[in-house]
Write a protein that binds this ligand. Structure first.
Ligand SMILES: O=C(O)CCC(=O)C(=O)O
Length: 280
């Protein structure tokens, strides 16, 4: 069983991201890849239809598929084996130790599959928490490499230290055209920061089975695929909810069904009947 080191925790606190090698066993890498590929195939064939009725908690599956870039969001609640598989590897304990949480729940997942060399295989700069109705330090993302990811195979890139920002940004994914709420700054400022000549950009190469733990405020994206090989870049990410998280939507939150659920209380943690504890 992989152990977290003091250096890995310090790196998370210093730069907003940490890398843990071999956290996900190779048989689980293979099983998760098969499950995700099956979903992608069924979405392409039209045999994984969206539910006619809205789920009371989660948004339905989103599928973006173009130029060798696949982005798949919210499949865990449709295919429960995925969550079981991830939890069976013990990675939740690693997340809890790095962020200092006593318990964890899960609430969102995303898959990124990339082939070819199109510029579109780059994931644009963003941070995750801008669009969230949840707020807190304990909202990290666990990014699991399911293929080797070298410098030419679309590695994650982060702006070191951005996890310490006390403000948020008005994301291009949020509803547009509304007044900028207090404590939000324009997206153009986020882009100017990452493009500044002295920006402290870190490049996170990984082997299949390695994971990154990313603070919810860390500004990140990925390089494009530049590899001439036939290979592929596949990663699966899960967002967690730890101890200090409260529900506090803003007018520009990207809403999910749970944001309209009567059990949600502003300023309080999400209720356990909607978001059960999955660890310990
Ligand atoms: O793997 C990628 O290319 C992007 C991952 C990402 O941006 C995310 O999980 O928020």
């Amino acid at each position: 069983m992989t152990q977290v080191t003091r250096q890995q925790i310090d790196l998370y606190n210093q730069v907003g991201t940490t890398h843990i090698a071999n956290a996900f066993p190779s048989d689980k890498v293979r099983e998760l890849t098969e499950l995700l590929d099956d979903i992608i195939e069924r979405l392409r064939a039209g045999t994984f239809p969206n539910h006619a009725q809205q789920h009371p908690v989660f948004r339905d599956t989103e599928f973006e598929d173009h130029d060798g870039y696949v982005r798949l969001v919210n499949v865990m609640h449709r295919v429960p084996e995925i969550q079981q598989l991830v939890l069976s590897t013990g990675v939740a304990a690693l997340v809890a130790e790095v962020i200092g949480a006593r318990s964890l729940r899960v609430w969102l997942d995303a898959t990124f599959s990339k082939v070819g060399q199109a510029p579109e295989t780059a994931t644009p700069w963003h941070n995750d928490e801008c669009t969230f109705s949840f707020q807190g330090e304990h909202l990290p993302s666990l990014w699991i490499a399911l293929t080797d990811v070298d410098e030419d195979n679309s590695p994650l890139i982060t702006l070191a230290g951005s996890h310490r920002d006390t403000h948020r940004y008005y994301s291009t994914f949020s509803p547009q055209g509304l007044p900028i709420p207090d404590n939000f700054r324009p997206w153009s400022e986020l882009l100017a920061r990452v493009n500044a000549p002295d920006a402290d950009i870190r490049v996170w190469t990984a082997k299949a089975g390695d994971v990154l733990i990313i603070h919810p405020k860390t500004i990140h994206g990925s390089l494009p695929r530049r590899s001439a090989s036939d290979g592929r870049r596949l990663a699966f990410t899960i967002r967690w909810v730890g101890d200090d998280v409260v529900w506090r939507p803003t007018p520009i939150t990207m809403l999910a069904p749970f944001d309209k659920h009567p059990a949600m209380v502003r300023g309080e943690p999400p209720p356990e009947n909607l978001f059960p504890v999955v660890w310990p």
